[in-house]
Design a protein around this ligand. Structure first.
Ligand SMILES: C[S@@+](CC[C@H](N)C(=O)[O-])C[C@H]1O[C@@H](n2cnc3c(N)ncnc32)[C@H](O)[C@@H]1O
Length: 499
């Protein structure tokens, strides 16, 4: 970047002048880039590309009474969702749930809007470097939406199957529709330049490092070594597949669902499509749960007739496992809304449980129980494949804050357990502070508990997923031949009579 050009100076320039010399509009060469595999993309993008050539149609609909605003397109919705995540710091799933415009899109457009935002979030580091290299000076803060339009455009050009003309034309239209007509030339110039040079440049980037915030890179390098940190970061570039936990008859359902049976016993399909339309959904033959998330609840073994408390239970994937293993399960969550979802999920599966909307820190059972599962709230850095917003929302402070919550919940969980009873603690975090360090601190501080290490091969858990202390530690780069799995930590403790 030209160091002599300040932000003030940029304000005085026209947007086209703010583009680097090499970024002047060039003749358009329609090469087709991209790596996605979503079949719906072709149709959505063909249609949107055609629409963008009839600009007026995109902006306004002719009605009997004159012109009125058209409903937002998938790209407009994606632009708003991106702003919600990056500027309002809303989790992507919450932003989607709160977006009326998203709900009003047709199914395919909804999927496309989500894919656009998720792709930008997964590749944000790479995309911003590519954009910045095309700009002589940074865009003014009031043009933040233009930056987001460019990000969406680059994601389409380089990482999705968008025909270049559609990526460029719809981005230019988006600038126009959103009141940035004066930036249309800049959007056009940057994207056209990247149509030509972008792919090669992107291939030469260090994608793992650029798309990972410094603090996470440092944390994973310290905990797992540099090579593994890189493998973890590379695993985050792909969308997670759809994993299902079965009630029984794995082979039969594997065939019916045209899925792959993983060594862990879960079924795997590629992501996308309507889950409720899949065979076996209505009759409750399976539920959605990442293969790694299905491991902690198995550490209890047979729970037949046992009193079990599932603390922090919603939406209930692990609750279902505990009930299926024969436990008499009390499912606790402090969020009544999330607990409602749990109840609906368990009803579909026909598994009886007792739901309770209370705060686990304050509530205690009338009698001590045989088993407690504590799937504690955490930073979810183990599930970045599913939640690509996490690296852009979470900070080291969140790790510190949640570590305190986890410590308090661990102590509460032990108080609910009878001597000899089993506690399984787990988090979907890659941060040691939310995993092994919590258990080490608990035992060091004299809690009436001892670790019951996982034996290598126990419940089919491969030895490389078991730490030297005997805890579960999966990483997104594990099971790479099947497209990876979430990063989960799990420890199994036994309650002692006294410390
Ligand atoms: C990681 S999620 C649980 C996922 C769930 N175990 C599953 O497998 O589907 C954490 C849950 O903990 C709940 N939670 C957080 N703090 C809590 C507390 N103090 N008491 C009860 N529930 C809590 C949240 O509402 C959230 O639903």
């Amino acid at each position: 970047m030209d160091a002599a050009v300040t932000r003030e100076a940029v304000r005085e320039k026209t947007p086209a002048e703010a583009v680097g010399a090499g970024c002047r509009p060039r003749p358009f060469f329609g090469r087709y880039h991209g790596v996605g595999n979503e079949s719906f993309l072709r149709d959505v993008q063909k249609r949107d590309g055609a629409l963008s050539s009839g600009r007026m149609f995109q902006k306004q609909l002719l009605t009997g009474r004159g012109f009125m605003s058209a409903p937002p397109s998938a790209r407009q919705v994606a632009l708003d969702l991106l702003a919600s995540v990056l500027r309002l710091r809303r989790p992507l799933d919450d932003a989607i749930e709160e977006s009326r415009a998203m709900q009003e899109l047709a199914g395919r457009d909804r999927a496309f809007a989500r894919l656009l935002v998720a792709t930008v979030l997964r590749r944000l580091g790479q995309i911003d470097v590519l954009i910045n290299e095309c700009l002589k000076s940074p865009l003014a803060p009031r043009a933040a939406a233009v930056h987001d339009i460019l990000r969406l455009g680059v994601a389409q050009l380089l990482f999705l199957r968008t025909p270049p003309h559609a990526a460029v034309a719809t981005s230019v239209d988006l600038a126009d529709v959103r009141g940035f007509a004066s930036h249309k030339g800049l959007v056009n110039a940057v994207l056209r330049r990247l149509c030509i040079e972008g792919r090669e440049r992107a291939e030469n980037q260090d994608a793992a490092r650029l798309n990972t915030p410094d603090w996470l890179w440092q944390s994973w390098s310290n905990a797992y070594g540099k090579e593994t940190a890189k493998a973890i970061a590379l695993a985050h570039l792909k969308e997670a597949p759809l994993d299902l936990t079965l009630r029984d008859n794995a082979e039969e359902w594997c065939r019916k669902l045209q899925a792959t049976l993983l060594p862990t016993g879960s079924l795997r399909r590629s992501a996308g499509g309507a889950i409720a339309a899949l065979p076996g959904y209505a009759e409750g033959a399976w539920w959605v749960q990442d293969a790694a998330a299905s491991l902690p609840a198995r550490l209890f073994g047979d729970l037949n007739g046992r009193e079990v408390i599932d603390l922090c239970a919603a939406p209930g994937g692990k609750t279902a496992q505990l009930a299926l293993a024969g436990g008499r399960v009390t499912a606790i969550d402090r969020s009544p809304r999330r607990l409602e979802r749990l109840v609906a999920n368990l009803e579909r599966l026909g598994l009886p449980i007792a739901p309770l909307a209370v705060d686990a820190l304050a509530w205690r059972p009338s009698a001590a129980v045989d088993a407690v599962l504590l799937d504690a709230p955490c930073t979810t850095t183990g599930a970045i494949r599913r939640h690509p917003d996490v690296p852009h929302l979470k900070l080291p402070d969140d790790v510190a804050r949640l570590s305190v919550v986890q410590e308090n919940l661990l102590r509460a969980a032990l108080e609910m357990l009878r001597p000899g009873g089993t506690l399984v603690y787990c988090t979907c975090s890659l941060e040691p502070e939310e995993g092994g360090e919590r258990i080490a601190a608990l035992l060091r501080n004299g809690a009436a508990a001892a670790r019951r290490p996982i034996a290598p091969g126990e419940f089919g858990i491969p030895p490389e997923w078991v730490t030297p202390e005997g805890d579960l530690r999966t990483l997104p780069c594990h099971l790479s031949e099947y497209d990876g799995l979430d990063g989960f930590y799990g420890a199994r403790l036994v309650k002692l009579d006294s410390p």
